[in-house]
Design a protein around this ligand. Sequence first.
Ligand SMILES: NC(=O)c1ccc[n+]([C@@H]2O[C@H](COP(=O)([O-])OP(=O)(O)OC[C@H]3O[C@@H](n4cnc5c(N)ncnc54)[C@H](OP(=O)(O)O)[C@@H]3O)[C@@H](O)[C@H]2O)c1
Length: 326
Amino acid sequence: MKAIAQDVYGSADVLRLREVDRPPIGADQVLVQVHAAGVDPGVWVCMTGRPYGARVAFGLTRPRVAVRGRALAGVVTAVGSGVTRFQPGDEVYGTTPSGSYAEYAAAPRERLAPKPARLSFEQAAAVPISGVTALEAVRDGGRVQPGQNVMVVGAAGGIGSYAVQIAKAFGARVTGVCSTGKAELVRSLGAEEVIDYTREEVDRDGPRHDVIIDTAGCRPLSLLRRALTPRGTLVLAGGGHDAGGLLGGYTRQMRAPFVSMFTRQHLRGLASRERAQELEELGRLIDAGAVTPVIDRTYHLGEAPDAIRYLAEGHPAGKIVITLND
Ligand SMILES: NC(=O)c1ccc[n+]([C@@H]2O[C@H](COP(=O)([O-])OP(=O)(O)OC[C@H]3O[C@@H](n4cnc5c(N)ncnc54)[C@H](OP(=O)(O)O)[C@@H]3O)[C@@H](O)[C@H]2O)c1
């Protein structure tokens, strides 16, 4: 089958469109014919092996899995002997450890859910990583309640565009932080207020936000805390563009619990779990019309390196998707 693969860590130049073996499936796995695959910053981390701490998970000297991509939407073509939830022909979405920038992917059954009926494959492939992270940030990290003031920093991005919509669906009043050209998009997603970070800082309105979800990952904790109520919750989802050293921009996540010990504010890092139950909960929000993926650009499989280069510039308006089988 055709796939986007790499043998060494590096820039998008190391990626090649080439023939690889179709992945085998275990008893608890499902083989999916991939129709579309999502692009997210985690793909960049797997590709470059940076920050270096990521290599503990992905391979110390070279990527353990050659095929890139994790999020997918497609059609089940085979199931393992232990799988009863799915059968060939089912339309699904979710994540795969075998790589989704490929014609076929093997996914554990617990990482897949039925594709929301309202979405195309392209839209569905944009959900599994960014949408799930946003749901967990709002529901678990922020424990958002109706009537609360919620700020989303990076509101036009992959996670942020979902976080704004999900916080609205939870009954919050949302302030979105984005660059000048994205203000209309962020308002259209449901934000009542927009802060253009190129002109004003997140603490413009003082300590009035019950929950802040930070996906941009570039502000000091002290600045974010100035926009938070005295007992508010800061959820750190992003690591920003600092990929240096062992942990890159994720040192804030490590520090957050310690700072939390000395303040009434709650500071939490977020490590998302990609599970069927979150995909099913998102699917209900999507089919109810409360959440709709925002697609910035789509690329064909062979153009995956360009898709990742565009993402790495750091300013997508919603999600980037790779299409197959069209
Ligand atoms: N915790 C987890 O489990 C988890 C899971 C998935 C991803 N992540 C991480 O979360 C981060 C965000 O992911 P993503 O998919 O949302 O990335 P993305 O799609 O690239 O979006 C990043 C957003 O950041 C905004 N931004 C850039 N500079 C900014 C600044 N100075 N102030 C405010 N906003 C700024 C950009 O908005 P403008 O275009 O308006 O500048 C862009 O929309 C990444 O670091 C990723 O690795 C964490």
